[in-house]
Design a protein around this ligand. Structure first.
Ligand code: NAD
Length: 502
């Protein structure tokens, strides 16, 4: 059985805890490898080597740090095919989508290549007589990232690209379900010239996460995953006086107004609801047409498109989507489908029981579509995270606006319309962090910033873009006075009152 090791201090390190997790091939259901699960002692050792390496890295000028990232980008592009195949083999998303996962992460690396400019501080000449003031963004030290299974390339790069560019050392605790691509990133960073100890990949489960949250040398934690764990990570990390940004789950709505371009809306909706088997935090699992006529037209247009969807193994070039990540996740999705039926919604297309010939053990779930879902239904209020689209019919614009606004999650939302003022009103008033106007998956580009509202994010900081630079740095402000400048009117007497600028 293939073992997946930690990547510590620039080299593969076998696990010593004696604990392992199975890594599956979702296409067949077979166990393809075992990943080591770190103990607190193993995590502590990795953190110690990160501490030792970080000062030298912080003292490396930012242009040189950026050059490592430029080279890393080139190496990832060189190895794109291999990385996409590896990602797809553990996650189950199709190869084209796996490439997209890597590419969206690389776009944050591109952003981080601009770190010399992003880290420039402020300077005031002559803030007082002979006095200058300047402020600098300093790295925090050693920071950590805990990432989910659904974007094993993009989300780690969101974090370590910016953190390392800022001069921090980074401990990545990737999802134990698809851990191989993060290890390859550690290796490629070394090849790109990163000193050992600056990017470490330590695998694990709750024990490893708790070791990060409790360790005094970890100054900040970035987390992306489900909301209950995000809240736990946020609470425990901040109780230990760390900076924490913790992104959680989602249930994104697509609101469709009567004047929407229906062909475009249906095409966008099908891609965003079922792409990557619905395992995206910015998927669109809920559609809210406004008015009965819009709902009927939409339903009629959706059904043939759903029927056309091709579900296949992740290496099938013609497949629209592949299997979900695990047998447990497949069972969870199917339970939610049954819950929807029990709650009285109309199950128009049932994806349960889908089987691919020769791949009967694979974790496949067919596309599923519910109509007439009620907002009181638990299957609507909770995140399913599978290829399940739920339609809630709204009578008015106000009702449609209220649904995503009142939902416990507030990650993303989309509105489809040709009505500019209505879209503008919707974007201004909806209680959701990221809004698409005729854009189905409004994941902001790398130089903007990503983050939801309500139970989709804990903490006050978004991920990547300028917010990422702020998160991974602290400000030092220096007020300086040079004795020789006292001739310009500086004060030489002792002062017993607070200096003012009056
Ligand atoms: P998850 O919460 O199960 O796992 C996320 C991370 O937490 C993993 O590294 C895992 O090892 C760790 N973890 C799991 N259980 C833990 C515990 N009890 N204590 C401490 N750590 C624990 O999430 P997942 O299933 O890997 O990913 C899917 C979830 O992530 C979905 O809810 C999805 O919406 C969410 N997600 C959110 C965003 C966002 O930006 N808001 C992006 C991607 C995914």
């Amino acid at each position: 059985m293939r073992a997946i090791d930690h990547f510590i201090d620039g080299a593969a390190v076998s696990g010593t805890s004696g604990r392992f997790a199975d890594v599956f091939d979702p296409n067949s259901g077979a166990v393809q490898a075992q990943v080591a699960l770190a103990s607190a002692a193993e995590m502590d050792a990795a953190i110690a080597s990160a501490v030792a390496a970080q000062r030298g890295w912080a003292a490396t000028n930012p242009q040189r740090r950026a050059r490592v990232l430029f080279e890393f980008k080139r190496l990832v592009e060189r190895d794109m095919d291999e990385l996409a195949a590896l990602l797809s083999s553990e996650h189950g998303k199709v190869i084209a989508d796996s490439r997209g996962d890597i590419q969206r992460g690389l776009e944050v690396i591109e952003f981080a290549c601009g770190i010399p400019h992003l880290l420039k501080g402020d300077f005031t000449l002559g803030a007082g007589p002979g006095i200058d003031v300047y402020s600098m963004r300093m790295p925090l030290g050693v920071v950590a990232g805990i990432t989910p299974f659904n974007f094993p390339a993009m989300i780690p790069m969101w974090m370590f690209g910016v953190a390392i560019a800022c001069g921090n050392a980074f401990i990545l605790k990737p999802s134990e379900r698809d851990p191989s691509v993060p290890v390859r990133f550690g290796e490629l960073m070394m090849e790109a010239g990163l000193p050992p100890g600056i990017l470490q990949v330590v695998h694990g489960d709750k024990a490893a996460v708790d070791a990060i949250l409790d360790h005094p040398d970890i100054k900040a934690v970035s987390f992306v995953g489900s909301s209950d764990i995000a809240h736990y990570v946020y609470s425990r990390g901040t109780a230990n006086a760390k900076r924490v940004q913790a992104m959680g789950g989602a249930k994104n709505h697509a609101v469709v107004l009567p004047d929407a371009d229906m062909d475009q809306t249906v095409a966008d909706l099908v891609g965003a609801a079922f792409g990557s088997a619905g395992e995206r935090c910015m998927a669109l699992p809920v559609v809210v047409p406004v008015g009965a006529a819009t709902a009927d037209t939409l339903r009629e247009a959706l059904l043939p498109e759903i029927a056309r969807l091709r579900l296949g193994v992740s290496t099938d070039k013609d497949a629209h989507y592949g299997p979900v990540v695990s047998a447990a996740h497949k069972a969870r999705i199917e339970n939610y489908i049954q819950m929807g039926v029990d709650e009285g919604a109309e199950l128009v297309v049932d994806g349960r029981g889908f089987s691919l010939q020769g791949r009967e053990g694979g974790f496949f779930v067919g596309p599923t579509f519910f109509d007439h879902v009620q907002s009181t239904a638990r299957s609507y209020q909770e995140e399913i995270f599978g290829p399940v689209l739920q339609m809630l019919r709204a009578e008015t614009f106000e009702q449609a606006l209220a649904l995503p606004s009142n939902h416990q999650y507030g990650n993303g939302v989309a509105i489809f319309t040709r009505n500019g003022p209505a879209a503008r009103e919707f974007a201004a008033n909806v209680e959701v962090g990221m809004v698409g106007i005729n854009v189905p998956i409004p994941v902001p580009v790398a130089y903007h910033t990503f983050g939801g509202w309500k139970r989709s994010a804990f903490g006050d900081s978004n991920v990547h873009g300028p917010e990422g630079v702020r998160f991974y740095t602290k400000i030092k402000t220096v007020t300086q006075r040079w004795p020789s400048l006292n001739a310009e009117g500086g004060v030489t007497d002792s002062s017993f009152v607070i200096p003012t600028m009056k």
